[in-house]
Design a protein around this ligand. Structure first.
Ligand code: NAD
Length: 420
């Protein structure tokens, strides 16, 4: 099993290819290209852990720091059996572009430990996390590299990292990680942050493409953190959520679903399927429904060359990471389906991570309303910045977002100069 449907090597190759395409448009200097293709630092560690049965097991861990041209490194840590150095390198590179698109004062990094958290006890995971933190503690820090949660890591993992780092430094250092529990300096609004960013992108593209948001037909694949909150926010803004799904299947109600009631039903039964008055359908059927906005918010690779031709949405807003394959992208472009790419559409999460860090550094607390307002301003600005590049270079949104990001990073490197 893999966290991603492609190998780490292929994933890295495709991340580099995306970067090269943007570099071509910008006619980027050859030397700068080479510099940005390779991460600045990769630290690989062997993490010994005493298991509950007394045996010792050793796990591979890595932290890849891609670029700090625009600020401290930022990026999550994933625990998964398929973690490879190449996969983490690609993800670190993507973080550099994502933080640049939203204009956060950060670079890009990513961490990973090759382990299967589903087969480990809580205390084994705690020992693994604390030892990994100690082993990368020389390169992370509140002003150098700030990790966050990713696949199979959560607020508890971040609390262990924060505590271990603070013990080693001899002072409480909440700003060393984001995504912490609110009791330890986590931010209000983090739970719905990514969905709020997705909803703002839906609203802004509705304005741009002259689709009234009131009663706009919305289809959402995935009813987890990102999908369910996005459904609730867009419903509250007057849009009509006509279909949603989870791993067990989907439901369709043309008059509009009440997402709060769907969540109650999912909590009771374990799935959205068999919701009152709605028609059950498969995930494949769901993607092909005629609608104004399709929001993939589940896994990567869901819209591919096999189904892209059948997509009848006017706009796709990518809540998930990498839900559209490059082949599908080309087909959608021919069909004139607009795609608001992941590095813009789901950047609400990293933006609230940034706001959490700012609160920690200032020893300040903002209300949820304050956090969401700041988030909204950042996403609206990023959306318009990308739109300017769409119009300036006459390219699709995904390419425009990459060009904007690479341009910002290259500008920072050129202004700083290469020392000595
Ligand atoms: P989650 O685990 O909370 O939810 C995932 C949902 O997808 C679940 O409802 C699951 O049932 C459903 N699902 C799984 N397989 C499916 C399938 N084959 N068809 C339809 N639905 C399926 O995860 P999440 O945090 O909501 O993340 C969703 C996506 O968004 C991921 O790609 C993630 O990388 C991306 N993302 C999340 C955040 C965040 O802040 N949570 C930030 C940026 C990007």
């Amino acid at each position: 099993m893999s966290a991603s449907s492609v190998s780490g090597k292929e994933f890295l190759e495709s991340a580099i290819k995306q970067f090269e395409e943007a570099a071509d448009i910008l006619k980027l200097d050859e030397g700068l290209r080479e510099f940005l293709k390779i991460p600045k630092r990769t630290l690989i560690v062997s993490i010994p852990v005493k298991m509950d049965d007394g045996s010792i097991r050793t796990f591979m861990g890595v932290r890849v720091q891609h670029s700090s041209a625009r600020g401290p490194y930022k990026g999550g840590i994933r625990y998964h059996p398929s973690v490879t150095v190449e996969e983490v390198t690609a993800l670190a590179m993507l973080m550099t572009w994502k933080t640049a698109v939203v204009d956060l004062p950060y670079g890009g990094a990513k961490g990973g430990v090759r382990c299967n958290p589903k087969e480990m006890s809580n205390s084994e995971l705690e020992r693994l996390t604390r030892r990994y933190t100690a082993m990368i503690s020389s390169i992370i820090g509140p002003l150098t590299d700030i990790p966050a949660p990713d696949v199979y890591t959560d607020a508890q993992t971040m609390a262990w990292i924060m505590d271990t780092y603070s013990q080693l430094k001899g002072e409480p250092t909440p700003a060393v990680v984001t995504g912490k529990p609110v009791s330890l300096g986590g931010s209000e609004g983090r739970a719905e942050a990514t969905s709020y960013g997705v909803a703002v992108c839906v609203r802004e593209s509705a304005k741009k493409f002259d689709i009234p948001l009131k009663n706009a037909k919305i289809v959402i694949q995935g009813y987890g953190n990102v999908g369910s909150y996005a459904a609730e926010i867009l419903h509250d803004w007057g849009a009509r959520i006509i279909a949603v799904s989870d791993s067990k299947g989907g439901i369709l109600l043309k008059d509009g679903l009440n997402p709060y009631k769907v969540m109650e039903h999912k909590k009771k039964t374990g799935s959205v399927v068999n919701f009152a008055d709605a028609k059950n359908l498969t995930n494949e059927e769901l993607l092909e429904i005629e609608c104004d906005f399709l929001i993939p918010a589940a896994l990567e690779g869901q819209i591919h060359k096999g189904n892209a031709n059948n997509i009848k949405a006017k706009v796709i807003v990518e809540g998930a990471n990498g839900p559209t394959t490059p082949e599908a992208d080309r087909i959608l472009e021919e069909k004139k389906v607009k795609v608001i790419p992941d590095i813009l559409a789901n950047a609400g999460g990293v933006t609230v991570s940034y706001l959490e860090w700012v609160q920690n550094l200032q020893m300040f607390r903002w209300t949820k309303e304050e956090v969401l307002k700041k988030l909204e301003d950042k996403i609206v600005k990023a959306f318009n910045d990308v739109l300017n590049h769409v119009e300036k270079y006459r390219i699709p949104f995904r390419k425009a977002a990459m060009v904007l990001a690479v341009e910002r990073v290259a500008d920072a490197i050129n202004s700083r100069g290469i020392w000595p």
